[in-house]
Design a protein around this ligand. Structure first.
Ligand SMILES: C[S@@+](CC[C@H](N)C(=O)[O-])C[C@H]1O[C@@H](n2cnc3c(N)ncnc32)[C@H](O)[C@@H]1O
Length: 202
């Protein structure tokens, strides 16, 4: 199935996420029939709002910690058009559209920087803290944490986020079934982001 974007607005990205399909049982809205789709383990509204902002900030590469099915990595690679590396100690259902590395995060030392570091691996307090300390310095533009709302046994992520949050942090939250993506853009990323012009303006 080929999924394409038209105007890359948040609505357009959300439509594409729903077309690809989110994981069964992640929230009350089960979009996929069992066994079908890309199994993106995200709330479509939160993810669309987040990806739109990343696009505007000029994000073009991502390191994802915690691949699971591979749906998010594939979406960011194939649909957003980013250069994506994703790591997990378990196999992913798909490795299409991105580079998969089977490893524990503590054993992975990237030799390059990524525009976006997306941390969604070990959700225990010590695990998310260690991943943040290890990978956040590699973020060229943005570091993000998934599941900061604390649902689905993610209270370790919530606790860690409460400790580090401060000016500049943004949380994407959709109260239909909140998971919460918290992100922080380095000041340089904002300065480099392309200026948006009004429609028809020169
Ligand atoms: C919530 S899922 C990731 C969902 C995925 N990011 C998405 O949006 O579709 C968390 C994944 O992290 C992986 N994981 C947990 N601890 C890890 C570790 N220390 N190193 C690498 N992967 C880990 C698990 O195997 C699991 O597949």
């Amino acid at each position: 199935m080929t999924i394409t974007l038209t105007d890359r607005s948040a609505d357009d990205i959300e439509r594409a996420i729903r077309e690809a399909g989110t994981q069964q049982g992640v929230g009350p809205v089960d979009i996929l029939p069992p066994g079908a789709g890309w199994s993106i383990s995200q709330n479509p509204k939160e993810l669309a709002a987040f990806l739109r902002k990343m696009d505007v900030l000029g994000v073009r590469s991502m390191l994802e910690i915690g691949t699971q099915g591979g749906g998010l990595a594939r979406f960011c690679g194939e649909v957003m058009g980013w250069d994506v590396v994703s790591i997990d100690y378990r196999d992913a259902a798909t490795t299409q559209g991105y580079t998969f590395i089977k490893t524990y995060s503590r054993d992975y030392t990237p030799d390059r920087e990524f525009d976006l570091i997306f941390i969604d691996g070990d959700h225990h307090y010590n695990g998310v803290r260690d991943d943040y300390n290890r990978f956040a310095p590699l973020a060229g533009k943005v570091v993000a944490l998934h599941d900061v709302y604390g649902l689905h046994q993610c209270d370790g992520v919530k606790k860690f986020y409460e400790e580090i949050k401060g000016p500049g942090w943004v949380v994407e939250l959709n109260y239909d079934w909140p998971l919460g993506i918290a992100w922080y853009a380095k000041p340089q990323a904002k300065a480099e982001a392309p200026k948006r012009t009004r429609k028809g303006a020169k």
